[in-house]
Design a binder for this molecule. Structure first.
Ligand code: ZN
Length: 581
């Protein structure tokens, strides 16, 4: 399997994970004996058939057959690839995924070096008397020298020949172009940002990965960001995040709309603000923040664009607000953004506003009732219709409940109505498990897996022939079983990712050593009888050595009777089988 993540790491990660708390993160489990149960998240049901075993570190649904270990759960529940599931689990466990050095995993240190040099060059440019007007502009906006320094705010002139020369002394043309700070046409190199105030963008490890540029006059576009690249992805990065996460006094992040907001709030001693980079707020952004703090406050303009941005953030939040995580929405009075508000009303007033920011339930209601009349049954139905579209996005049962309480009391309608479906329910994250035709051999295979996993020592002298058959078989029908059995044999931990393995381990059998051996021989014979083309030869060999049990004798007869042209010797054998006991 091509995995760029070291296998040892994955094994340890799975081992270190508490399957109950991870699954409980997505659904709410209740304790039942040694296990935990709930209604299965992978199929619709009214009584719980979904079981999690903390001892065995697996889950299994007796209803639809979903099962596996903690990675399987994350993979199937979130619809992720294997690698993404590992990353997600690592994130939940607060560990970093190490990467094996593989092709494609490029080293961007030269790019970071170029960007740091460029950022510093632009910052130093503010000291040049010819750029005095830019300094005036920043001062007028309220940015002090100290804040400019903290954020390495600078100025990109029209002409940057001097900067280009410095770069060309140290770096190749290819590296300079790749950094995105200069472009090239038939006349040669020219700078990407010109005549703009420049805000370097740092990634979460503090490397300069791009720049945002804002005009100081009315020219367009007002804002210009570095293009996305392998080292700069706007759906992952947030302006100011590297600073904000170091502000350990804060227990939340404030998400604003622009760099100026972040810089200006910092000017007033509010250091936990970030801004998205001209793209909508994304799942990645939320993951990055929720990893560190339990609360996010979205602070957007109260114009239509601001509301839309907040609504999108709300939709992402529905999925992510679980446990004690929380989001709030703050809309400043019309015409204000955080930048202008804090400048005019000061820090305390801004904090007062933050304290009174809307909870998720309130914003959901306020947004959906915009332009609607609560005394109009028609409008109420419209609001309910829109509200119901949100429910499938909600992960937390608690949040679902509080949302329903909010809407039912505001609209003065029965809560049950909000759950009733006009149409069949669709769960967005539910992965359809395609139900296989009930396999008659499945029970035997499950038993074999259980025996091989739990009674390895008892069976050690009986398993060779069966393993030889398994290793040699190319039968399509049992390919999955073959994989798991091979993994058990090799003690490969990946076996625990398999739904089949999980299902087998749920078989709570309590057998004596003799029973273990008998059951193993019986079940493995049933399988070989069906799938092993050489099973007859194997039994004939045993018959010749007079080592056939009664059961195997019958099996051999069955096999021989199925053959059209039995050679004379075999005819004799059939005769013998009938006589000896
Ligand atoms: Zn199920």
């Amino acid at each position: 399997m091509a995995r760029s993540i070291p296998k040892d790491f994955i094994d340890r990660l799975v081992d270190d994970s508490d399957i109950v708390s991870v699954i409980n993160h997505y659904v709410s489990l209740s304790k039942k004996g040694n296990n935990y149960t709930c209604c299965c998240p992978f199929h619709e049901e009214k009584t719980p058939s979904f079981v999690v075993s903390p001892q065995k570190a697996i889950f299994h649904c007796f209803g639809c057959g979903a099962g596996g270990n903690v990675l399987t759960f994350i993979k199937d529940h979130e619809g992720l690839s294997f690698v993404e599931a590992v990353e997600k689990l690592a994130e939940l466990n607060n560990v970093t995924v190490p990467r094996e050095n593989t092709f494609g995993n490029k080293d961007f240190s030269k790019i970071y070096e170029i960007n740091a040099l460029v950022a510093n060059f632009y910052f130093e440019a503010l000291k040049d008397p010819k750029n005095k007007s830019t300094v005036e502009y920043l001062k007028e906006r309220g940015i002090s020298g100290q804040t400019a320094k903290n954020f390495t705010i600078g100025f990109a002139d029209f002409n940057q020949i001097e900067l280009l020369k410095i770069l060309q002394n140290k770096f190749s043309d290819k590296e300079i172009l790749e950094s995105g700070n200069f472009l090239k046409n038939e006349k040669g190199f020219y700078p990407f940002l010109r005549n703009r105030v420049v805000f370097p963008i740092l990634n979460s490890s503090g490397k300069t990965i791009g720049f945002g540029g804002r005009v100081t006059d009315n020219s367009m576009p007002k804002y210009l960001n570095s293009k996305d690249s392998k080292f700069f992805n706007k759906t992952r990065e947030l302006y100011g995040f590297n600073n904000a996460k170091k502000d350990h006094k804060s227990e939340d992040f404030i998400v604003t709309e622009g760099y100026m907001d972040v810089a200006m709030l910092s000017e007033y001693g509010i250091n936990n603000a970030v801004a998205s980079l001209g793209t909508a707020f994304s799942q990645n952004h939320m993951n990055a923040m929720f990893k560190l703090r339990r609360k996010i406050i979205f602070c957007f303009d109260s114009d239509e664009a601001g509301l839309k941005a907040a609504w999108r953030a709300l939709q992402i939040s529905l999925k992510n607000v679980v446990d004690d995580k929380t989001v709030r929405f703050l809309f400043l009075p019309e015409g204000y953004d955080p930048d202008s508000f804090v400048k005019e009303h000061g820090k305390e007033e801004f904090y007062n506003k933050l304290d009174r920011a809307m909870v998720l339930e309130s914003f959901a209601f306020q947004f959906l009732k915009r332009g609607k009349k609560l005394d109009s049954p028609e409008d109420i139905r419209q609001i309910i219709f829109e509200f119901k579209k949100l429910l499938p996005l909600v992960t937390s049962e608690m949040l679902k409940e509080t949302l329903m309480t909010k809407f039912s009391s505001e609209l003065n309608i029965n809560k049950e109505i909000l759950l009733k479906e006009d149409k069949p329910k669709t769960k967005t994250y539910v992965k359809k498990i395609t139900k296989r035709q009930k396999d008659v051999f499945e029970n035997e295979f499950l038993l074999l897996l259980f025996l091989l996993e739990n009674h390895k020592n008892t069976l050690s002298s009986y398993t060779d022939d069966f393993f030889n058959f398994i290793e040699g078989t190319k039968r399509e029908e049992i390919a999955t079983f073959k994989d798991v059995i091979t993994q058990i044999n090799k003690e490969d931990l990946a076996r625990k990712e398999s739904p089949l393995f999980a299902k087998a381990m749920m078989t709570g059998l309590n057998l004596s050593e003799d029973e273990v051996v008998d059951e193993f021989i019986r079940a493995s014979d049933v399988i070989r009888l069906e799938f092993d083309e050489l099973f007859a030869e194997y039994l004939i060999n045993l018959a010749n050595k007079k080592e056939l049990t009664q059961e195997r004798k019958e099996n051999l007869q069955k096999l021989l009777n199925l053959r059209d042209n039995n050679p004379i010797q075999e005819e004799e054998l059939i005769q013998n089988l009938n006589t000896y006991s």
